[in-house]
Write a protein that binds this ligand. Structure first.
Ligand SMILES: C[S@@+](CC[C@H](N)C(=O)[O-])C[C@H]1O[C@@H](n2cnc3c(N)ncnc32)[C@H](O)[C@@H]1O
Length: 212
């Protein structure tokens, strides 16, 4: 049986109302703790986790297609006594409404299925280098397909992909400044023989001892 001290050190379970696994909620909370500007698509349980665990002075914007879903989420935030200000924005004009708040540290994509891919593509421009884009439900083939199709377009700007990270249903992409392909032989100024397209000189210049 755990001692009182052990019980005191044990983190409290996350409390939220909505359709999110405990592992997904934990992972979301970890990323939220390191983010001060957060954007999500799809209000609900995730909004509660992000609001509770993100910085209190930071920005949290929740984009949603369903007004009823926004109302329900507001009620649940109040029920859980989460006081952080959340800006709810209708999906229709979300880009105009949030662009001035960019760049974001963290973006979570979990709204209506048919808009998820589009949202990720549009939101990517608003994510800072080093920031994270999280796709939810990526154990489902369709949502995993959204990740693949996203990577086809933006692979040069992604420094890591955590597929269903830490046993969750969330795939995490980290953004970097684009590193496009270059002809490294030209960029590094290598002679033709150095990259194996001509006969090397004898002796190799590297093996000639410096004069003097
Ligand atoms: C699965 S929900 C996830 C939302 C949120 N990120 C969460 O963690 O709970 C995805 C979206 O489906 C829509 N949705 C799901 N069930 C709904 C319902 N019963 N009535 C209206 N909209 C619903 C909402 O627009 C919502 O944003």
């Amino acid at each position: 049986m755990a001692t009182l001290q052990q019980q005191a050190c044990k983190p409290l379970p996350l409390r939220y109302i909505g359709d999110l696994s405990a592992t997904d909620a934990e992972l979301l909370a970890v990323y939220a703790r390191n983010a001060s500007r957060i954007l999500e698509f799809g209000s609900g349980a995730s909004t509660q986790i992000l609001a509770k665990n993100g910085s209190i002075e930071g920005t949290l914007i929740s984009v949603e297609t369903e007004p009823k879903w926004i109302e329900r989420t507001k009620q649940n935030l109040a029920r859980l006594s989460i006081e952080k200000e959340v800006r709810f924005i209708a999906y229709r004009d979300w880009q105009e409404a949030v662009t001035a708040e960019a760049p974001f540290d963290l973006i979570f994509d979990d709204g209506a299925d048919k808009y998820r891919e589009r949202f990720a593509l549009d939101a990517w421009k608003l994510l800072k280098a080093g920031g994270r884009l999280l796709f939810h439900d990526t154990r489902r083939k369709k949502d995993f397909g959204n990740v693949l199709s996203f990577l086809q377009k933006h692979y040069l700007e992604v420094s890591s992909v955590g597929l269903n990270e830490a046993g969750s249903n969330i795939t995490v992409l980290t953004r970097k400044i684009a590193e496009p392909w270059v002809d490294w032989n030209k960029v590094e100024g290598r002679a033709k023989w150095e990259y194996g397209h001509a006969e090397p000189p004898t002796p190799l210049p590297w093996n000639v001892p410096p004069k003097g």
